[in-house]
Design a protein around this ligand. Sequence first.
Ligand code: ADE
Length: 227
Amino acid sequence: MRYLLICAMDSEADGFRAMLSDRVDEELSGMLFSSGDLKGIPVTVVKCGVGKVNAALCAQTAILRFAPSAVINVGVAGGVGKGVVTGHVVIADDTIQYDFDLTAIGEEDGLVSACDSTLALALYSAARTVLPEDRVSLGRIATGDRFVGDSLTASRIRDHYNALACEMEGGAVAQVCARSGVPCGVLRAISDNANEHSEVDFPTFLASAVADTEKILFSYFSSLKVD
Ligand code: ADE
């Protein structure tokens, strides 16, 4: 059972790469895939770059090359849900691409892709070993090709799309995984509140948010039985 961890940025991926033992690197589609063992579990880590196209390209390349049993998109996000602020972690039960819009021809607004419910619950349990209940949420994560830095857009993503957090890759990874029937999870720690303070908050809280995702996945992999 191989896990694929997809991160958008080096700052999100470096800690996971460092956890791998017997690491082997391989470049594909212009991305560095690092494979090794994490707590005895085969894991491949990759930085896909920011945005939905990078994320989709990465997920599809990795599915064809590594045939992962599960894919986890992990990193930081802007908090948009009530009380979902820096220090919080969100695990997606589903994702919505809020910039996918066929409403002009009568379709629903946005594109929803489900996450694997077993994996989502397991990630939730792992998060609860690291953080208290009031800092961990399970719910919808919104994805779009935009860094959200205004409260008007943030409240629209919360109220219209019913999302807890916004980021730029999760929905694309979940859509690609669904097409190939690969279980997908999205784990995001809140680095900013997707508002006028994000420009300052994002660099300020990035490292501590990433550290929370590292602790949570370390706990998750530690809980898995090695065959
Ligand atoms: N990732 C972290 N913060 C974000 C934000 N405010 N908008 C989109 N992606 C993000």
